[in-house]
Ligand binder design. Structure first.
Ligand code: ACO
Length: 331
């Protein structure tokens, strides 16, 4: 049976130049490289420069993704930006990136699902493509997340960084089986009862300020392990696949221990897990496409590989998707 699929034709990324190491952080606050590495796996993070905005990061990643997909910006009918750190409360950062790309047709908008934002945005784009309303979509995860941090709060400020990643999706007819190329399925969940364990204590409607990140780390950890494990099983089950069919796990880069926990639950060897948290830290919605791009660029992920992406963040919101990379008759 013919089924409309969203092929993942290309990916790209951008990281700000400035790097902040654990050693530098430990000169500012009461922490240590040892504590951070042991608890999280993070060694450094990138920090956007003064005057460098989320839209700048997202635009650079978008251009990189279009180049790798060998498409022009004019081919794109929809731009979705997953971000928690928009340039302005409105308009959407997506429209700024749209203008930066010189596109003035189609639709551009933002999605807010914090660290799960990229998986949410990918799911929305995939559904527009499957319904036939959109042919080519640019899905971007972009964050200047360090701007939400209280640099005196050592329990949160050591965890995050800035960056952007993007993918290009395009409609194509598949045969409806799990051997198809492109997005096989997406799975989204949220549970607003848990919103107080990870949030920002400000906003235009409540305090008229941006606010800072607040987190109950142990609770987030507990939910991440169980909810991500369940949504991975859901994604595999929906496609009649098992862990052994997955070539790569590209997880949200929140914490090395959560990543290892998922790999163990899936019985996946470390060689099949993309982990770049050591040099990116947690870049929220940018983390999955940043990791994906890194592994595509260094030759680990190849055309035809089956990739499982998953993420969880504030809300709580979480999700997973299965994607067979590239296109059927490509190289
Ligand atoms: N440096 C040194 N000591 C610290 C630091 C730090 N940066 N932060 C906290 N501590 C101290 C605490 O004050 C506490 O000291 P005490 O025992 O004297 O009171 C001690 O370390 C232990 O603190 P805990 O919060 O209990 O540390 P825990 O072992 O839970 O580790 C962590 C914290 C890494 C955040 C963990 O809870 C975790 O991995 N949670 C998952 C949450 C996560 O990954 N969040 C990322 C963003 S959300 C997302 O993307 C899903």
């Amino acid at each position: 049976m013919t089924t409309r699929r969203s092929l993942l034709l290309g990916c790209g990324s951008y990281l700000p130049e400035q790097i902040l190491t654990n050693a530098e952080l430990s000169e500012r606050i009461d922490t240590s490289d040892e504590w951070i590495v042991q608890r999280t796996g993070i060694r450094q993070r990138h920090v956007a420069g003064d005057g460098e905005f989320t839209s700048d990061l997202g635009l650079a990643a978008a251009r990189d993704a279009l180049k790798s997909a060998k498409l022009d910006a004019g081919d794109v009918d929809m731009i979705i930006v997953a971000t928690t750190t928009p340039d302005n409360t409105f308009p959407a950062t997506g429209t700024k990136i749209q203008a930066g790309l010189g596109v003035n047709h189609g639709a551009a908008f933002d999605i807010q699902a914090v660290c799960a934002g990229f998986v949410y945005a990918l799911a929305v784009a995939d559904n527009f493509i499957k319904s036939g309303q959109v042919d080519t979509a640019l899905v971007i995860g972009a964050e200047t997340f360090t701007r939400l941090l209280d640099w005196k709060d050592r329990s949160t400020c050591v965890l995050f960084g800035d960056g952007a990643g993007a993918v290009v999706l395009q409609g194509h007819d598949g045969n409806g089986s799990s051997t198809d190329y492109g997005v096989l399925s997406t799975h989204l969940h949220s549970d607003g009862r848990e919103r107080d364990i990870l949030y920002v204590d400000g906003g235009p409607s409540s305090t008229k300020t941006t606010g800072h990140v607040k987190m109950v780390g142990k609770e987030v950890y507990r939910h991440a392990i169980s909810k991500l494990g369940n949504v991975i099983e859901e994604a595999l089950g929906a496609n009649g696949l098992g862990s052994e069919d997955v070539d790569w796990l590209v997880p949200h880069q929140a914490n090395r221990r959560i990543i290892d926990g998922m790999a163990n639950r899936m019985n996946l060897p470390a060689e099949k897990v993309v982990c770049c948290i050591d040099h990116h830290a947690n870049t929220s919605a940018a983390s999955v496409p940043l990791a994906l791009t890194e592994a595509v660029r260094d030759g680990r992920i190849k055309r035809g590989d089956l990739v499982l992406m998953e993420a969880i963040g504030g809300g709580l919101a979480w999700g997973a998707c299965l994607v067979r990379m590239g296109y059927p008759n490509g190289t």
